[in-house]
Design a protein around this ligand. Sequence first.
Ligand SMILES: *Cc1c(COP(=O)(O)O)cnc(C)c1O
Length: 229
Amino acid sequence: MASVQENVADVQEKINRAAERAGRDPADITIVAVAKGVDVERIRQALEAGIPIIGENKVQEALQKVKALGSGAPWHMVGHLQRNKVKEAVRIFSLIQSLDSLRLAEEINSRALTAGTIMDVLVQVNTSQEESKYGLEPQETLDFVKTVSSFKGLSVRGLMTIGAFLPEPEQVRPCFRLLREVQEQIIDARIPNIEMDYLSMGMTSDFEVAVEEGANMLRIGTAIFGPRE
Ligand SMILES: *Cc1c(COP(=O)(O)O)cnc(C)c1O
């Protein structure tokens, strides 16, 4: 199996080429290494290879690893967040990428205010019309963002989506395009307290297409750490 370091170099090379095709600067694109099921030693290797951010999809798992690793890197929550885990999530994550409902927004807001902080979040949008996926519908996202813009304990920094599970990366392109359209709609609405800095889209199977479509945050697991059990 290739080392984490080799994998990171390979992913970075692919990002560079995709960015070049799209006339973009690869330096504008951040890799979040998604480490669910991955042990602390391999996470450490990813950080040593230059990965700036670690993503997790379970609060409990993240907690243990943060404890073991110390605060060597920012951690992002990328999976569906249950409300009873928000208190811990606010404590350990620098960004919650998976804000997917008003009730969750209310809980994050209230826990952040209690902790005396402002929680950065991305709004997750369901761009694939797959029932099984969490996230706001594209057409309801603008109103949702307007509503949460008045919450003092959270700060919307952008959007996140998980592309459709389809065999060809090219088939996922419309999902990414749609997320970008929603982003532009929100920017045009000039809502106070809302920033649209981040477009988090693209995983192992489709990150090059995501780069071509404007992603500046990629969430990559398998291509960095190898296949999950
Ligand atoms: C697991 C996961 C990823 C990374 O998936 P890979 O296909 O292994 O790159 C990205 N985003 C989310 C939300 C995930 O749960």
